[in-house]
Design a protein. Structure first.
Length: 69
């Protein structure tokens, strides 16, 4: 059986400035956890590459990156 790696966006919460740009650019991927107050990545089967790339591009702290899993 062959495992297929998927790319998922991850947020470095240590550098995130909480500007909410990712929420505006890609609301289907990024969301606010109202319990913790932090921005999180939604659990999806796949991630829209174009939207995530926009969020990466506009993140002022370069806190969003792709990770292979």
């Amino acid at each position: 059986m062959v495992e297929i790696a998927i790319r998922i966006p991850v947020i470095d919460l240590g550098t995130c400035t909480d500007c909410e740009g990712c929420l505006e650019v890609s609301p289907s991927v990024f969301q606010r956890n109202w319990v913790t107050g932090l921005i999180e990545v939604a659990e999806l089967d796949s991630y829209p590459e174009k939207e995530v790339e926009e969020a990466i591009k506009y993140c002022p702290a370069d806190s969003i990156q792709w990770e292979d899993r």
